[in-house]
Design a protein around this ligand. Sequence first.
Ligand SMILES: Nc1ncnc2c1ncn2[C@@H]1O[C@H](COP(=O)(O)OP(=O)(O)OP(=O)(O)O)[C@@H](O)[C@H]1O
Ligand SMILES: O=C(O)C1=C[C@@H](O)[C@@H](O)[C@H](O)C1
Ligand SMILES: [Mg+2]
Length: 169
Amino acid sequence: MKKSIVLIGFMGVGKTTLGKELARKLQCGFLDIDAEIEAKYGMEAVDIFNVYGEKEFRKTEREMIVDACQLEGKVISVGGGAFMQEEIRKACMEHAIVIFLDMSFGYWKERISLLLPTRPVLQGKSLEEIKSLFDERQAIYNEHHIRLPIDNLDVDAAVQTIHDKLKLL
Ligand SMILES: Nc1ncnc2c1ncn2[C@@H]1O[C@H](COP(=O)(O)OP(=O)(O)OP(=O)(O)O)[C@@H](O)[C@H]1O
Ligand SMILES: O=C(O)C1=C[C@@H](O)[C@@H](O)[C@H](O)C1
Ligand SMILES: [Mg+2]
């Protein structure tokens, strides 16, 4: 596998969880950009947003992803907001294979309680506001090479399906 694989999709759809397992199956390296950013600042995303601001988070996210997507043979999970930045979308589409993990809001909202404490972008928002954000964000995920409808898929099934789709490329 020469090009790296970049997993995109709304926060909590399983980019980190599936990315790790996919890398294990493909026997290649795994990079989670949120984890890399958190390691750089030595704090969680919520605290980076509070202490340094979202602008700084997005700048670091952009620099890291533009570099990482040009590496060979990695599985890279990016944050749910990464594709809001055109420079990131362009670099990933040019250098990597971009896989969109596509989950419906109906399934996604069952996960919300798992996500609220650690996702700064969700904090203080009502369910309707989160639904609007979810709907707005779908447009930015339209740029991808492979779409994986992920409702109902457990981790093993999702990884197997991605593996099968990659073989067809
Ligand atoms: N296929 C799945 N089936 C059931 N639960 C899952 C599945 N994938 C992920 N989860 C659970 O959903 C939660 C969010 O998953 P994960 O952290 O991988 O999402 P993410 O897309 O990386 O989110 P973010 O964009 O915020 O980084 C975790 O608690 C994880 O265990
Ligand atoms: O959707 C978003 O804007 C975010 C998602 C997370 O993965 C983190 O990158 C951060 O919490 C922002
Ligand atoms: Mg993640």
